[in-house]
Write a protein that binds this ligand. Structure first.
Ligand code: SAH
Length: 201
């Protein structure tokens, strides 16, 4: 259904196999266990959601991850997306602004045995200067604009996937590419619905 927007008529086998490996039921609240494998977002508390599996797969695919890549995620939430990324990348840095969610995510990833995800609590609008630049950046909350610090922390040749738009308006999934010469291109891919990115200047 989204092929006309994304130019991809199917998701890569690698990404689909990764989704099969990551146990989504370990990332949803206990009272929603029976819905863990439905293709829909679910509430995780604090007004936040774990994204729909299709969107997780699509955004992961669009990042063009290679096994030596260092990826930055803004919006850890349940840490499901971070776990999917960690199956493909060398290291994932994931920032969450809500302390309780950041704490729960950290414990969960430890229990699941992930050793290549670094979780941090803070405002991801500003990225993670001390670990920059990143091969890929994924923002899993909708921003009103593309945060300039994130563009600055993207490696030449890198890709950023970010939903942009207001909370009550249609948001668009945007792909930002930084070319080898440092110039930036951005493409609108498809309409999406995310919780808002808070924080910022
Ligand atoms: N990737 C998540 C989806 C999380 S929903 C998952 O797989 O479950 C978006 C998350 O972004 C929420 O947890 C929200 O608290 C967080 N968030 C919003 N603004 C943020 C900011 N400025 N910095 C870091 N995290 C932010």
């Amino acid at each position: 259904m989204t092929a006309s927007y994304t130019g991809r008529d199917r998701l890569s086998e690698t990404v689909l196999n990764t989704l099969k490996r990551v146990p989504r039921h370990r990332f949803v609240p206990e009272n929603l266990l029976d819905r863990a494998y439905q293709n829909r977002p679910l509430p995780i508390g604090f007004g936040q959601t774990i994204s729909q599996p299709y969107i997780v797969a699509l955004m992961t695919d669009l990042l063009e991850i290679e096994d030596d890549h260092r990826i930055l995620e803004i919006g850890t939430g349940s840490a499901y997306q971070a776990a999917v990324l960690a199956e493909l990348a060398e290291t994932v840095y994931s920032i969450e602004i809500i302390p309780e969610l950041a704490e729960t995510a950290k414990g969960r990833l430890k229990a699941l045995g992930y050793t290549n995800i670094v979780t941090l609590q803070g405002d991801g609008y500003f990225g993670l200067e001390k670990e920059a630049p990143f091969d890929g950046i994924i923002v899993t909350a909708a921003a009103s604009h593309i945060p300039p610090p994130l563009v600055a922390q993207l490696k030449p040749g890198g890709v950023m996937i970010i939903p942009v738009g207001g909370p009550f308006l249609t948001q668009e999934l945007i792909r930002v590419r930084k070319k080898a010469d440092g110039s930036i291109t951005s493409e609108q891919l498809l309409p999406v619905a995310f919780v808002p990115l808070t924080g910022g200047p």
